[in-house]
Ligand binder design. Structure first.
Ligand SMILES: [Ca+2]
Length: 248
């Protein structure tokens, strides 16, 4: 659709036709009051058509087209969720809001739930996304799957299997050496052959939203060597925070 007035000339009896450019399925076109008799526009395609009659010329006509953009709902998005550690008799720390967002603008209110197949004594607060689960000693010694579901205000939902199991000491960053870009070192506490990925963010909030973390490079298997982090630190981004994420 031309974003500014456009002039065109046509003799009486000849068809005037133009088509909106770049129109989307969620747009509805209509002619504002005052359009000349016989002028029409396709509400979906935005094709304007008019054959001026003998009595309509000569004349100059300013034709206003109204475009109503309708909302198209998109389902919530659940990002990658690290494995949830379990300890017998202790509340399991997990807040689903850290990994979820609604891509619509404005974002809709999301509701959290657990699908069948989740541990029977686990629940999740539908509003806050906070998990309520105190595993028994038997549960804390085993691996489980939390079947997380997130639903928006219009009923669109997303699901993700969240792994949970005994607490395993994770990788721990012990040094980041800045040498042009950055080089990362960490202590062990990682099972041999464990796949890791590095993520970074330029702003550290408490807790940082899941969408603030960006992957750095590709996942890799820990080999006890320092890992270069190319392109993370630049003149525009002189500060960065890093975290190691262990693959489930
Ligand atoms: Ca939505």
């Amino acid at each position: 659709m031309p974003r500014s007035p456009r002039e065109t000339e046509t003799p009486e009896g000849s068809e005037v036709s133009c088509r909106a450019e770049g129109c989307q399925a969620e747009e509805v076109f209509s002619l504002a009051p005052g359009a000349p008799e016989g002028a029409t526009i396709d509400p979906v395609l935005g094709v304007f058509t008019w054959i001026p009659t003998e009595c309509q010329g000569p004349s100059t006509n300013l034709i206003t087209i109204t475009v109503v953009v309708q909302e198209v709902n998109e389902a919530p998005v659940i990002g990658a969720v690290p494995r949830v550690g379990l300890a017998a008799g202790a509340p399991t720390l997990f807040n689903a809001t850290q990994y979820v967002y609604d891509p619509d603008c404005p974002a809709q209110v999301l509701t959290y739930s657990l699908d069948q197949g989740s541990p029977a004594n686990a629940t999740i607060d539908p509003a806050s996304g906070v998990l309520d689960w105190v595993p028994t000693p038997e549960q804390a010694a085993q691996n489980h799957t939390l079947n997380l579901r997130v639903t928006d205000e219009l009923g669109a939902s997303a699901t993700r299997e969240v792994p949970a199991g005994p607490v395993i000491p994770g990788p721990r960053i012990v040094q980041i050496r800045v040498d042009g870009d950055a080089v990362l070192r960490w202590l062990e506490a990682v099972t041999a052959g464990q796949e890791l990925s590095v993520q970074s963010t330029s702003e550290l909030k408490n807790p940082p939203p899941a969408t603030a973390w960006s992957p750095v490079g590709s996942p890799f298997v820990w080999q006890a060597n320092p890992v270069p982090l190319p392109g993370v630190l630049t003149g525009e981004k002189p500060q960065a925070f890093f975290r190691l994420v262990r693959s489930p």
